[in-house]
Write a protein that binds this ligand. Structure first.
Ligand SMILES: Cc1cc2nc3c(=O)[nH]c(=O)nc-3n(C[C@H](O)[C@H](O)[C@H](O)COP(=O)(O)OP(=O)(O)OC[C@H]3O[C@@H](n4cnc5c(N)ncnc54)[C@H](O)[C@@H]3O)c2cc1C
Length: 247
């Protein structure tokens, strides 16, 4: 899976600060220099003032201002299973690649065995991988080889059947029913920092599924470049605590 920042609010942390400073001053924020608006906030320069002020907001649980900026991310090759988890979050906007308009008729089913078009979970090949609710713990190398063989055979067969149904005139919107839940999909998602922190509270947690944890870590890395003071504070002080952003 690959994740890129597609577009985002310029200077998101200035905007968050302006939103919050609006609450505490009699002047109109739209007619104030940013330096003036930050007057009285501790710090040797405006960057330090921003860092201190944002940390104070997060510490106090004043999360509203973190809803003003937004960032749009492009995700390539997530499984439909992972997509179903991500799209449960309601404070985000999504575009999901369609299986009605995009048919996987060019894919070679032999390549599907090697990871094309369907995500291969680590447990299909890694003997040391331990997943949630795993039935057996006394399996050996032979079991794992068998797992890999069955997984590859099954995904290849699904894609072969799907393509045959297309050739027999079945529309893509119906032929897709035979494809596995691990089938890859490209998604565009727009989030604000508050909703991303909330998603991370739930999806970077140890009990979340491995693929959405990987996605969340990639989103957090990109967010830290875009909105550094906020996500540095989140990483250092808030991550892996019980969900606090949606009390
Ligand atoms: C480890 C894990 C396992 C899970 N297992 C399952 C499962 O087996 N089955 C399943 O169906 N789901 C499962 N989920 C999904 C989970 O129940 C949530 O639906 C999902 O994570 C969305 O998060 P959220 O509820 O915080 O809502 P979000 O949409 O992210 O909203 C953020 C916050 O806004 C508030 N909010 C939003 N909408 C409403 C509303 N309508 N009414 C009141 N408050 C609202 C809530 O405070 C909410 O926390 C699982 C999630 C995790 C992390």
């Amino acid at each position: 899976m690959r994740v890129r920042l597609l577009d985002a609010t310029d200077d998101p942390e200035e905007l968050i600060c302006q939103g919050a400073r609006n609450d505490y001053m009699s002047e109109w924020v739209a007619e104030q220099d940013f330096e003036e608006a930050m007057d009285g906030v501790e710090g040797d320069d405006v960057e330090e003032q921003k860092a201190n002020f944002l940390a104070k907001l997060l510490k106090r649980g004043h999360y509203g201002p973190f809803e003003h900026p937004s960032a749009t991310f492009a995700i390539e090759g997530m499984s439909r299973s992972c997509m179903a988890q991500l799209t449960r979050h309601r404070h985000a906007s999504f575009d999901v690649q369609s299986m009605r308009y995009v048919a996987f008729d060019e894919v070679d089913p032999a390549d599907v065995e090697d990871g094309e078009m369907v995500v291969t979970p680590p447990s299909a090949t890694d003997p040391d991988w331990v997943g949630r609710n795993q039935k057996a713990d006394d399996f050996d190398e032979e079991d794992v080889e068998k797992r890999e063989e069955i997984f590859q055979r099954s995904v290849r067969q699904s894609v072969e059947d799907y393509q045959e149904l297309l050739e027999l005139g079945m529309p893509p919107e119906d032929a897709r029913f035979v494809l596995p839940i691990g089938t890859e999909v490209n998604v565009v998602v727009t989030l604000n920092p508050r909703s991303l922190m909330h998603i991370a509270d739930m999806r970077a947690a140890a009990d979340a599924q491995w693929e959405i944890r990987d996605l969340t870590e990639q989103l957090l890395d990109l967010a830290a470049e875009w909105c550094p003071h906020t996500f540095d504070y989140y990483e250092a002080e808030m991550k892996h605590r019980k969900n606090r952003l949606a009390p």
